[in-house]
Ligand binder design. Structure first.
Ligand SMILES: Cc1ncc(COP(=O)(O)O)c(C=O)c1O
Length: 358
C-alpha cells in the first residue's frame, strides 16, 4: 500500500542528464534535474512540491542569511549491483535533522515529509543515480529561515529543500592531518552536535591555515583544554591501537555520525574490541612513541572511510599504518557491501525505493 504524501511534480522541460560526465564528477557541481521544496508558514509545513532545479527567490532580509538559522543533512542513494536503488539510513538522518533543528530553535520536519521528499525526488531523478563502483547520489536536505524581517529573532518562516547530485569518492588518496590546539570547532554547550551552517563557516579559516601548511584537514581537540581529540573536517575520527577500535564518545561538541554508528555496529558484530572513550593527543603520541601499531581514519557519508597517513602532533610527524591489511579496509568493505547490496542488510539500513524495479 502506498501511504506516501502526494507531492505535486512540475517536470523539467529539458533534462540535463546528457551533459553528465560520470567519469569526472566534481562533488556538488552537478545537481539533478529536480529539487524538492516545502515552506513553513503559520505554524506548519505547507505546499510540498518537486520542481525543476533552479535558483530560489528569497528576500535580502531573510533571517537565515543574517543570523545563521540554517541546518542541513547529507545522505546517499545507492544503486545496487542488481540495479535497485535505496537510501542509506534515512530515518537516522531524519532524527539527527530534527535534533539539529531543535538546537537552532527551528521547527521539526515530520518524518513522513522527509522520507517522502527523498523518495519522490530520487524516484523522479532515478537516472541520476550512478551505477559505477564508488559512486552514489548524494542528497542534501536543507532548512533555512526565510522570514523577511531584519530583527535578531527566531524566524517564523522556513524553506525545506532537498537537492541531489551524483558523486564519486570525496577524498581520494590518504589524508594528512594536524592536531589543532589553537582554534576550536565546538564548545561544550554550543552547537557542535548540530549540523548547522555556522559550524562549517567557522571551521574554514583554521582548515585553510592547515592547508597552507601542507595538511588536508585539522584534527579538532576539545575547546576547553585543547587536549582530547574530537573529529576532523566532515568526519568522525577512529583509531585502531593494539587491535582495539577507538573513537571519542559522543558529546554536545561532536556530530553523531551515521557512518560512525554503522561502523561501530559492524565492528561489534564482527567481534572487534571497541572502545568509545576520550583520547588525548598526548596519549596518541605516547602510543606512537611506544611503537604500537596504530591506524587512524576519518568516517562520514561523503568521505566514507578515509585513511590518515600523517598526523602532526605539536609539530612532530607521526605515520599511522595504512597497509592493505589495516582493519579500516575490512570495515569499509563491509559497509560498502551493504551499500551495494552484496552483503545481507541485517540491520535494515537500506530503505528501498521500490518503484525503480523495472
Ligand atoms: C562535522 C561532521 N562530523 C562528522 C560527520 C560524519 O557524519 P555522517 O557519517 O552522518 O555523514 C559529518 C558529515 O556529515 C560532519 O559534517
Amino acid at each position: 500500500m502506498d501511504t506516501m504524501t502526494s507531492i505535486p511534480i512540475t517536470r523539467t522541460r529539458q533534462s540535463r542528464i546528457t551533459e553528465l560526465d560520470i567519469d569526472h564528477l566534481v562533488f556538488g557541481a552537478t545537481p539533478t534535474d529536480h529539487m524538492f521544496m516545502a515552506a513553513f508558514r503559520d505554524g506548519g509545513w505547507q505546499n510540498p512540491q518537486i520542481v525543476p532545479f533552479g535558483d530560489l527567490t528569497i528576500s535580502p532580509l531573510a533571517l537565515g542569511l543574517h543570523y545563521g538559522q540554517t541546518v542541513f543533512e547529507g545522505l546517499k542513494a545507492y544503486r545496487t549491483a542488481a540495479g535497485h536503488i535505496h537510501l542509506f539510513r534515512p530515518h537516522r538522518h531524519h532524527a539527527r535533522l530534527n535534533r539539529s533543528l531543535g538546537r537552532m530553535g527551528m521547527p521539526a520536519v515530520p518524518e513522513a515529509l522527509f522520507i517522502d521528499a527523498l523518495h519522490r525526488l530520487v524516484e523522479l531523478d532515478q537516472d541520476w543515480v550512478p551505477a559505477k563502483p564508488g559512486t552514489s547520489l548524494y542528497l542534501r536536505p536543507l532548512v533555512i529561515a526565510t522570514e523577511p524581517r531584519l530583527g535578531v529573532k527566531i524566524s517564523e518562516e522556513y524553506l525545506f529543500i532537498v537537492v541531489g547530485m551524483p558523486m564519486a569518492d570525496y577524498y581520494t588518496g590518504k589524508l594528512k592531518v594536524k592536531v589543532e590546539t589553537r582554534f576550536s570547532r565546538a564548545a561544550s554547550g554550543g552547537t557542535g552536535a548540530a549540523k548547522c551552517g555556522g559550524n562549517y563557516g567557522a571551521a574554514f579559516y583554521p582548515a585553510q591555515q592547515a592547508k597552507s601548511g601542507g595538511f588536508d584537514q585539522v584534527l579538532w581537540t576539545d575547546a576547553t583544554h585543547h587536549e582530547f581529540i574530537e573529529e576532523s573536517g566532515t568526519m568522525n575520527i577512529f583509531f585502531v591501537i593494539d587491535g582495539i577500535l577507538i573513537t571519542p564518545p559522543l558529546s554536545d561538541s561532536i556530530l553523531d555520525g551515521v557512518t560512525r554508528d554503522s561502523l561501530l555496529t559492524l565492528a561489534r558484530a564482527g567481534g572487534i574490541p571497541v572502545e568509545e572513550r576520550k583520547i588525548s593527543y598526548k596519549a596518541l603520541e605516547k602510543a606512537f612513541l611506544s611503537g604500537k601499531a596504530i591506524e587512524a581514519f576519518g568516517v562520514g557519508t561523503a568521505a566514507m572511510v578515509s585513511p590518515i597517513e600523517v598526523i602532526d602532533i605539536m609539530g612532530k610527524t607521526y605515520y599511522p599504518s595504512v597497509g592493505p591489511d589495516a582493519l579500516m579496509y575490512r570495515l569499509k568493505n563491509e559497509l560498502q557491501a551493504i551499500h551495494t547490496g552484496t552483503k545481507k542488510d541485517s540491520y535494515y539500513w537500506n530503505y528501498i525505493i521500490q518503484t525503480v524495479l523495472q
